[in-house]
Ligand binder design. Structure first.
Ligand SMILES: *Cc1c(COP(=O)(O)O)cnc(C)c1O
Length: 435
């Protein structure tokens, strides 16, 4: 089949995500046929370096032999069984491992990030209800937050382009000032700004705690907001405030978990434990859809009862799918055998150094946290993101700016040559698209 036929069939048969379909009258789809390491190959054999890890899910490259092998082995034993009334080894082993890593437990599974958010919100509310406090039924989140796009998750998300259209359908929630350091006053340190934001949070929670179930945050990096990074002190203060006023703290580590910020989980950098942690994206190394929510023994205990309706009666058809769990186990095994968290420090240092060649460009807020890099391009070109994206594709780089923010979130297996290609090509593309 030739390229054009496949593209036409896709446009007729598939409704692509996060897309105004009419834009494809001018912006062609890219038909991918293979992946290997950081590279994607289209059906005409053109290669693209995947600098965004295919929407932040791929950790150890495409066509990873170890993850692939684990799925194949699982495929020969059991592809799926319902998890209500049944269990299996991959889900037990994965739950134990995640519990060990997060310090939380009782892993509840779904298949995507938004569903994990829904689960955490529902569990939090239901905990308070089971505990005789049904009035605690509201949620707060940060300005510019992103927690997924199902109706419940969208209710705590604060990205206008995704949210405003559906406003009449959504649960109300209040947004606290974002500690995103780009929003600080001139001369203010990241820490001072974070503390100033935390004070507003404290004032709000002090006033409204009787009706608040939980505060949900993306620890350290608000990724969808354009990689807004903030000081860990904010998370520490949020934990203290939530403790004092009996409000749950939900850590949405869907994007930042599994080593992205330089530690296995971002919360570790604030030395705190949330009441709920939401995980997805990198959990299977980008192989299969899987998400999970882990929580505390205390919260779990409030559901453990002779009464059926005090239990958490939530489910998804593919809850705890064995193939997805086996991919997750293989991913965690790679973290151990390859000492990934430590080895990534060298990659971080190498990329930081190479990125110095970008400083001559009209950019600001150059920032890095672990394996995430971002900067904002000072441009009057309203179509910058699209122009830059297209330029990059032409040069064999998958770069997907968010507004005027250009970012890298590459697979952890990226090597020196590939880093150079990613950064030098980016430089070229910005030079060609900012004006
Ligand atoms: C991507 C993302 C989600 C939603 O995950 P989906 O799998 O796309 O539903 C939620 N929260 C954060 C922080 C994310 O980055």
């Amino acid at each position: 089949m030739n390229n054009q036929q496949l593209l036409n069939r896709s446009l007729n048969a598939v409704w692509h995500p996060c897309t105004q379909m009419k834009q494809h009258e001018t912006l062609p789809l890219i038909p991918i046929s293979r992946g290997d390491g950081v590279w994607l190959t289209d059906i005409e054999n053109k290669k693209y370096l995947d600098a965004v890890s295919s929407w932040w899910v791929n950790l150890f490259g495409h066509n990873n032999s170890r993850i692939k092998e684990a799925i194949k082995q699982q495929l020969d034993c059991l592809e799926h069984v319902m998890l209500a009334g049944f269990t299996h080894e991959p889900v037990v082993e994965l739950s134990e491992k995640l519990s060990h890593l997060t310090g939380l437990g009782h892993a509840f599974y779904a298949s995507d990030g938004a569903s994990a958010t829904e689960i955490a919100l529902k569990m939090s509310f239901h905990y308070w209800r089971n505990s005789g406090k049904p009035a605690k039924n509201k949620f707060i989140s940060l300005q510019n937050s992103y927690h997924g796009e199902t109706l419940g998750a969208l209710g705590v998300t604060d990205v206008a382009i995704f949210k405003d259209t559906y406003a009449p359908l959504l649960m109300q929630s209040a947004q606290m000032p974002s500690p995103d350091f780009r929003l600080a006053e001139k001369g203010e340190s990241a820490e001072a700004f974070a503390l100033r934001c935390a004070q507003v949070l404290e004032d709000y929670i002090a006033q409204y705690h009787a009706e608040l179930a939980a505060f949900i945050i993306e620890p350290l990096v608000q990724c969808a907001a354009g990689m807004g990074m903030y000081d860990a002190i904010y998370i520490k203060r949020a934990r203290e405030i939530c403790n004092r006023y009996h409000v749950h703290l939900i850590a949405d580590e869907i994007a930042v978990g599994f080593g992205r910020t330089g530690t296995m989980f971002a919360c570790e950098q604030a030395q705190i434990k949330p009441d709920f942690i939401c995980l997805s994206k990198g959990i299977t190394g980008g192989y299969l859809p899987l998400s999970t929510v882990l929580t505390t023994d205390e919260i779990y205990a409030a559901f453990y009862n002779d009464s059926t309706i005090k239990g958490f009666l939530h489910s998804h058809s593919y809850t705890g799918n064995p193939l997805a769990c086996s991919a997750a186990l293989a991913t965690l095994a790679i973290f151990e055998t390859d000492d990934v968290i430590n080895n990534n420090q060298q990659k971080t240092a190498a990329i930081n150094e190479k990125m110095q060649v970008l400083t001559d460009l009209p950019i600001q807020h150059m920032r890095n946290k672990g394996m995430i890099w971002a900067f904002d391009v000072m441009t009057e070109n309203a179509g910058f993101a699209t122009t830059c994206y297209q330029q990059a594709l032409q040069h064999g780089l998958l770069l997907r700016p968010i507004g005027k923010t250009v970012y890298f979130m590459p697979p952890y297996i990226i090597n020196e040559t590939e880093m150079d290609f990613m950064i030098n090509t980016t430089k070229l593309c910005i030079e060609q698209s900012y004006a």
